[in-house]
Design a protein around this ligand. Structure first.
Ligand code: HEC
Length: 103
């Protein structure tokens, strides 16, 4: 849905990238660039750290998200994803955001 440049990634961000592909990309897109009809881009001003801190990612994975910013419907809780997985996913998403001017 949005054009996202993939930066070179740190080791931790690379692990996060793998987890993200497994658990999140089906709705949020491989580069967190969004999937039409399924989920929003996380590389988006709405999700910059001051609007959605890292805690928002943990809560989203654990409890799901009630639709409020987008017309895609609710995000369900994500099964079999640990706190550690989400922490790594956040490192990946923040790296993508920074590389695309979202700080
Ligand atoms: C079944 C589709 C689906 C999957 C899988 C999914 N999401 Fe989402 N996610 C959504 C949708 C839809 C929204 C937007 C809700 C809204 O604000 O309208 C969303 C919103 C979010 C938000 C914003 C939360 C907020 O407080 O507004 C975060 C963060 C997020 N997702 C992270 C993740 C992560 C991390 C994963 C993988 C562990 C993931 N999502 C997997 C569909 C999905």
């Amino acid at each position: 849905m949005v054009a996202v440049t993939l930066p070179s990634l740190s080791g931790e961000a690379k692990i996060g990238q793998v987890r993200f592909q497994e658990k999140c990309a089906v709705c949020h897109g491989k580069k967190a660039d969004g999937k039409k009809g399924l989920g929003p881009p996380l590389v988006h001003k709405i999700y910059e750290p001051s609007h959605h801190g890292d805690g928002a990612f943990h809560l989203a994975a654990l409890y799901g998200v009630r639709a409020h910013h987008w017309p895609f419907g609710d995000m369900p809780p994500i099964e079999n994803v640990t706190e550690q997985d989400v922490a790594e996913i956040v490192v990946f998403v923040r790296a993508l955001q920074r590389a695309n001017g979202i700080n």
